[in-house]
Design a protein around this ligand. Structure first.
Ligand code: PMP
Ligand code: GLN
Length: 384
């Protein structure tokens, strides 16, 4: 058997969702909204099925969706994109991340990542034979440690894998931080894979800025988005990659091996979504910001320390003020079983082989209806 896979535990998101179901807990673990996405997109998807959009679409994606991805790059960030040569549609951002790393990395290449990190990054890099250079961000603000980042770059650096807005921290990289990263990429002639699935979920004054939009970065950046997050349809698994043509070609080759194509009706519906007026995206972020605030306030009242959050679906709470010393994993298990609220231990976002992994932080998802957040807070306050 493949030793990387045989050693890989089941993802914490499935583990905690199963535990939540077993205890009939309110699931603030795995990040998925509990409301339907836009009705016009559901209609477009259903209509496309009836119209016979049921055979293999083009490998790189439906032209109408690739055009919509290109147009949204221009509309939101001023990035000009050739839809025919610079966009690839994938089965969620998950495939896009793997395909992008496959496109760039040869065995032995170094890839810089930030910790805490999303759970697919390390196993995929390991499968590709990359040498991972991890740069740890420190709570509560998760500011970019510039000297450490510079020290992680070297002559064998092929790429940086950057997630902003960031899961699980809720950090949004600032323009100055991105400019520093860009200067290193230029200096070392390296690439960036940018996981920007939460691009439309930032809370003002924080604003998402794609690294790709910075001077000199257009030709060395692969930018990844997800319909799951931008349209509250996480089960649809439609992702999109924007990259300079030579890299988009390679991402398409990887996609050819991994899944080949993505359900055409969903692609058509996501094209409808990406063409929505700007008010849709503003309201999405504003609604999420209100829920972030509501959950943060409730957690504080329940005795948690609460870290700042500028975007994403997630807010991190510190369990230290509660006096619990058994670690974040045990805390999440006990909170699910006894308080009836599930969340994700933040230690799951660290390289498990690392030393001194913080174990006092818990990630809560706030992409839920206000009544559900209120009920969760009531439960947490009751067991205090
Ligand atoms: N990257 C990050 C940072 C995520 O949080 C997620 C999960 N939503 C993904 C990638 C995967 O996105 P998708 O569901 O589109 O595959
Ligand atoms: N991205 C989601 C989260 O962080 C989970 C996705 C998954 O279950 N793989 O909660």
């Amino acid at each position: 058997a493949n030793t990387m896979l045989s050693g890989l535990p089941t993802t914490i998101f499935s583990v905690m969702s199963a535990l939540a179901a077993r205890h009939d807990a309110i699931n603030l673990g795995q990040g998925f909204p509990d409301t339907e996405g836009p009705a016009d997109m559901v209609e477009a998807a259903a209509g496309a099925l009836r119209d016979g959009r049921n055979q293999y679409p083009p490998l790189a994606g439906l032209p109408e969706l690739r055009t919509a991805v290109a147009r949204s790059n221009a509309r939101f960030y001023g990035i000009e994109v050739d839809p025919a040569r610079e966009v690839v549609v994938t089965c969620g951002a998950t495939e896009a991340i793997t395909a992008s790393l496959m496109a760039l990395v040869n065995r032995g290449d170094e890839v810089v990542v930030f910790e805490p990190l999303y759970d697919t990054y390390l196993p995929v890099l390991e499968m590709l034979g990359a040498t991972v250079r991890t740069v740890r961000l420190a709570p509560p603000r998760w500011d970019l440690p510039r000297a450490e980042l510079a020290a992680a770059f070297g002559p064998r650096t092929k790429a940086i894998l950057l997630n902003t807005p960031m899961n699980p921290t809720g950090k949004v990289f600032t323009a100055a931080e991105l400019a520093f990263i860009a200067s290193l990429l230029a200096q070392y002639d390296a690439y960036a894979v940018c996981d920007e699935v939460y691009e439309h979920l930032t809370f003002s004054p924080a604003r998402h800025l794609p690294l790709m939009a910075l001077p000199g970065m257009r030709g060395r950046t692969i930018r990844i988005g997800s319909a799951g997050k931008s349209f509250s349809m996480t089960g649809w698994k439609v992702g999109y990659v924007t990259a300079p043509a030579p890299l988009a070609d390679l991402v398409a080759k990887a996609h050819q091996l991994l899944t080949f194509t993505v359900a055409p009706n969903l692609q058509r519906a996501v094209a409808v979504g990406l063409e929505k007026d700007t008010a849709y995206f503003t309201e999405l972020a504003e609604g999420m910001r209100a829920r972030c605030q509501q959950l943060g306030d409730g957690l504080r009242q329940a005795g948690f320390g609460v870290l700042p959050c500028d975007g994403s679906y997630f807010i991190i709470a510190d369990i230290t003020p509660l006096g619990f010393t058994g670690g974040d994993v045990a805390f999440c298990e006990q909170m699910t079983a006894h308080a009836g609220v599930a969340a994700i231990p933040v230690s799951a976002f660290y390289d498990s082989r690392g030393v001194t992994i913080p174990d006092c932080y818990v990630r809560f998802a706030f992409c839920k209806q206000p009544g559900v957040i209120a009920a969760a807070v009531t439960r947490l306050q009751a067991v205090r």
